[in-house]
Design a protein around this ligand. Structure first.
Ligand code: COS
Length: 380
């Protein structure tokens, strides 16, 4: 695990980790990512993340260990986003599925699934959203009906990253009707389970994502993650850990856009001057840099609070995600404006970032949900 950082700066080991991850993303991983099929899991990419030791950093403990580091996750996501957003997402989704098993799974589930997720052999997914229920988790309907000593799962999930290709799903289902948040259970469902089918969804970005249909999928009692009817808490604890890292992904994209805008404004000439000599441009760059740094610090603070074992990190986690994702959208848009039409050409870095930056304001809780969470925490 990375050594503790001060309140304001990363340590040398963390700086080195980030530089190495940016370099790997640009020089090695991006080419593998480009060879993938849009919207589908890119297995060579997941394996490359493992071969280069990045996945192992997300799961640093020995087999069966529950060690996680929210800060390490954030640093890796921020760095990879600067060089290859597809690699960033492939890494993050292994973490999202894997961490919920680590946080809430019993010993056998952890031993069965975490090693192959950490080695890139098993692709993980987190299946919470449904066609009729995205933000309102407590209303989810996918039914888990008792069947002998286990359950039969039937219903639909949608906008599930890594579906339908994942090898293992952390999947949330209703075990008690009319019980809202208190009637949901989390299950670990292998991707090859009988009765499980799905199809990919084409998004504005290349993100692997899809729908799932479950028709009487059998899940034994040993596949329950956490407690029966305790799945809402499993989901919220996972999101508390993961939301700052969505912010980190966004900070990485904002930094990449800022770097591109600084370089462009430093050499592009108009009206006999470089763009940076126009105060309208230089002050915009200053604002972009300041907001990006503020977002970064909120992300690091939320991750450090999680790693310090703070009792409840819900508020700082939501703030980090809200501020960083909204900031990144603003920064990328400003970078596009500084570049002008060239940024809109298909294949330009900013055209790519402009598509990639939009989804994080929606997934793992929209900006409106983050504000709701923060406002409720103010009155707790
Ligand atoms: N950690 C632990 N427990 C939590 C928690 C958290 N972060 N947040 C809520 N809980 C508990 C509450 O304390 C409450 O328990 P008690 O009834 O025992 O007090 C229970 O869970 C229900 O919480 P709440 O009443 O706040 O639930 P709501 O239905 O009002 O919804 C929101 C809460 C809106 C915050 C939740 O549904 C949410 O986060 N939605 C967005 C989901 C999302 O991110 N979707 C994207 C899919 S993943 S890509």
């Amino acid at each position: 695990m990375a050594p503790p950082m001060s309140a304001f700066a990363l340590g040398p080991e963390q700086d080195d980790l980030m530089k190495e991850a940016v370099r790997l993303a640009r020089e090695t991983l991006n080419a593998i990512a480009r060879d993938g099929e849009p919207g589908r899991v890119n297995r060579p990419l997941v394996r490359a993340l493992a071969e280069h030791g990045l996945l192992r950093r997300l799961f640093p403990g020995a087999e069966g260990s529950r060690d996680v580091s929210a800060l390490e996750l954030c640093l890796l996501r921020e760095a990879l986003a600067q060089g290859s957003t597809e690699s960033e997402t492939a890494l993050a989704m292994q973490g999202l599925g894997g961490y919920s098993i680590l946080q809430s799974g019993h010993e056998d589930l952890v031993r069965r699934w975490v090693p192959p997720i950490a080695s890139g052999e098993a692709v993980a997914a987190f299946a919470l959203s449904e066609p009729a229920h995205g933000s309102d988790v407590a209303a989810l309907e996918l039914a888990a009906k008792p069947d002998g000593d286990g359950y039969r799962l039937s219903g639909s999930k949608t906008w599930i990253s890594n579906a339908p290709d994942a090898d293992v799903y952390v999947l949330f289902a209703r075990t008690t009707r009319d019980a809202g948040a208190k009637g949901i259970t989390a299950f670990v469902v292998p991707g090859d389970s009988a009765g499980l089918a799905g199809e990919p969804i084409e998004l504005v970005s290349r993100h692997p994502i899809g729908r799932l249909e479950l028709d009487g999928v059998r899940a034994g009692r040993d596949q329950v993650l956490g407690d029966v009817d305790g799945g809402f808490r499993v989901a919220m604890r996972t999101l508390d850990l993961f939301r700052p890292s969505v912010g980190a992904f966004s900070v990485g994209m904002a930094q990449a856009a800022l770097d591109a805008a600084v370089a462009h404004a430093g050499q592009r000439e108009a009206f006999g001057r470089t763009l940076r000599e126009f105060q309208a441009v230089s002050h915009k760059l200053a604002e972009m840099a300041t907001r990006t740094e503020a977002a970064r610090l909120l992300v690091y603070a939320a991750a450090a609070a999680y790693d310090a074992g703070r009792e409840r990190v819900t508020r700082s986690s939501a703030m980090a995600k809200l501020f960083a994702t909204e900031t990144a959208q603003w920064v990328v848009d400003a970078a596009v404006q500084i570049h002008g039409a060239a940024a809109l050409e298909r294949g330009h870095l900013l055209e790519h970032l402009y598509r990639e930056v939009r989804a994080p304001r929606i997934y793992e809780g929209t900006s409106e949900i983050q504000r709701e969470v923060i406002a409720r925490e103010l009155y707790r």
